[in-house]
Design a protein around this ligand. Structure first.
Ligand code: NAP
Length: 475
């Protein structure tokens, strides 16, 4: 009989690596630490020197209330069973094979780091950007610091009607003075203050108001802006819905439809504010066309009508009727997409890590599991849902982990594991300057202090050296 202590006992806590420190990763951590009497220690890795993923690099600067969730993550970060290794990239600083050797279980919480392509001509023209680039840029995300946007234009087209589109619209349609006290990147605020000519921001939805993906709160926030009018023309939202159809709408849909129809009843042209946000429904860009300088100048658009498939889903179908809109800047906000992690299976079609209820599988055809490997968040289910959606999603994956290690079956990986202190030693031996949670707290305090001096909630560091300056050398 084996004398090895049971994995998950006081004598031998289960060792779990979490790759990615966004909401999915932190909710997985919370659920793992809460699994009394199962004992666990968790190491979290992030390729960035900072934790919190999209809460830091994606949530809009004027949505401080959404970022308040960080308080929960901070508390978890101080748990003695947890270690953070920031500035450690899986696939270069560390390999999946290293994680397999050191940990009983790996949870991938890598999110969706790229954007969906529209697949139409001209989408890579200068001036035609993915909204994810703009969001990363104004949020000081290290991947997007070099991006340049031609912002002082008269007409902008935003493609898509989800909450990312709403964020982008708000940043462009807001009085920059209102953004000044937020944690927006200083360079982005300077550029937004220089915008003088901007008049119209067209927001294009390929389906109707019933199918719009924005949340009621987000569209109302745009309607309430002091700097911009929200314009909806009545003919764009003229549709009949039977009582049965209306009864099938969820609360958000009802509120969205009511709000948009209400806006359509307001005087045409709005109240004469500096800028106009113009919602256009049932339209699809079919081509982005360059002007004489080679950058985007016009968008060719096809009008749509709704067709219902055999499952009753409303689909946009082109009518063959086209029109043009001027746009010297285009923001495509048509969804995120995952990027493959070296050594980890990837479902090219869905842009996620293939999994069955959070257990990573080699591919969706064979559904052959990779023992001890799990996935949470957008990498598990795709780019849908609010931050809170990740909590039950991560708990479900941790349920699978706990069940796999419950002792009823052979745990996925019971072989000898190196002692916990060997991971930092391995990283150091490879010359990786990792950021611990204590280092991050010093960075955090310094960013807040720099912001305070400028009347902002935070001034985010930009250069890696600024972060590493606060990293304490190992004893
Ligand atoms: P999303 O909610 O899926 O919205 C994507 C939008 O793009 C939809 O309007 C979609 O239209 C449209 N679209 C997709 N492909 C298109 C194409 N080829 N041509 C034209 N339009 C196209 O995605 P998201 O805005 O990126 O947001 C991702 C998730 O993050 C969402 O769950 C969102 O709620 C969440 N989020 C929340 C907040 C917040 O709470 N403040 C902020 C940002 C993001 P169809 O509906 O017709 O497909």
């Amino acid at each position: 009989m084996s004398t090895e202590p049971v994995v998950g006992s006081d004598a031998r806590p289960a060792r779990v690596a979490i790759v990615g420190s966004g909401p999915g990763g932190f909710y997985a951590l919370q659920s793992l630490l809460d699994r009394d009497p199962w004992r666990v220690t968790c190491d979290m890795f992030d390729r960035l020197p900072t934790p919190y993923g999209l809460v830091r690099g994606g949530v809009a600067p004027d949505h401080a209330n959404i970022k308040a969730v960080i308080k929960v993550y901070e508390k978890l970060g101080r748990d003695p069973r947890f270690r953070f290794f920031g500035n450690v990239k899986l696939g270069s600083d560390i390999q999946v094979a290293d994680l397999r050797a050191h940990y009983d279980a790996i949870v991938y919480a890598v999110g969706n780091e790229s954007d969906t392509k529209m697949g139409i001509p001209g989408e890579d023209l200068p001036g035609c950007h993915s909204a994810t680039d703009f969001v990363g840029w104004y949020n000081c995300h290290p991947d997007f610091l070099e991006k340049r946007f031609r912002l002082d234009v008269e007409n902008v087209v935003v493609v898509g009607m989800g909450n990312v589109a709403m964020d982008v619209v708000r940043i462009l349609a807001r009085d920059p003075d209102e953004l000044a006290p937020t944690d927006i990147a200083g360079y982005a605020l300077d550029r937004l203050r220089e915008v003088r000519r901007l008049k119209r921001i067209y927001v294009l939805g390929r389906r109707g108001p019933v199918q719009a993906a924005f949340s009621p709160k987000e569209i109302k926030e745009i309607g309430d802006l002091s700097y911009s009018d929200l314009i909806v023309s009545p003919e764009e939202v003229a549709f009949e819905a039977t009582p049965t159809e209306r009864a099938a709408w969820d609360k958000d849909t009802q509120q969205n439809v009511e709000y948009v129809l209400g806006k359509a009843k307001e005087p045409a042209g709005g109240a004469g504010k500096s800028r106009q946000v113009i919602l256009r429904f049932l339209v699809s860009p079919v081509e982005f066309i360059a002007g004489p300088d080679g950058a985007v100048a016009t968008v060719k658009i096809e009008k749509n009508k709704l067709r219902y498939d055999d499952k009753g889903q409303a689909r946009a179908a082109g009518t063959g009727e086209f029109f043009m809109l001027p746009a010297e800047l285009v923001m495509k906000a048509v969804g995120y997409r995952g990027v493959p992690v070296p050594g980890v299976p990837f479902d090219e079609r869905k842009g996620i890590i293939p999994n069955v209820e959070g257990r990573v599988v080699v591919d969706m055809e064979s559904r052959k599991p990779l023992p001890g490997e799990y996935v949470v968040g957008w990498a598990k289910r795709g780019p849908t849902g609010l931050i809170g959606t990740n909590k039950p999603d991560s708990v479900a994956t941790v349920d699978a982990i706990a069940s796999d290690f419950s002792g009823k079956a052979e745990p996925p990986r019971t072989a000898f594991k190196p002692a916990p202190q060997e991971m930092p030693e391995l990283l150091r031996s490879r010359g990786t300057r990792y950021v611990t949670f204590e280092d991050w707290k010093r960075i955090d305090a310094e960013e807040v202090a720099c912001g305070k001096a400028k009347g902002k909630v935070r001034e985010k560091f930009i250069r890696l050296d600024d972060f590493l300056h606060h990293v304490k050398p190992p004893p």
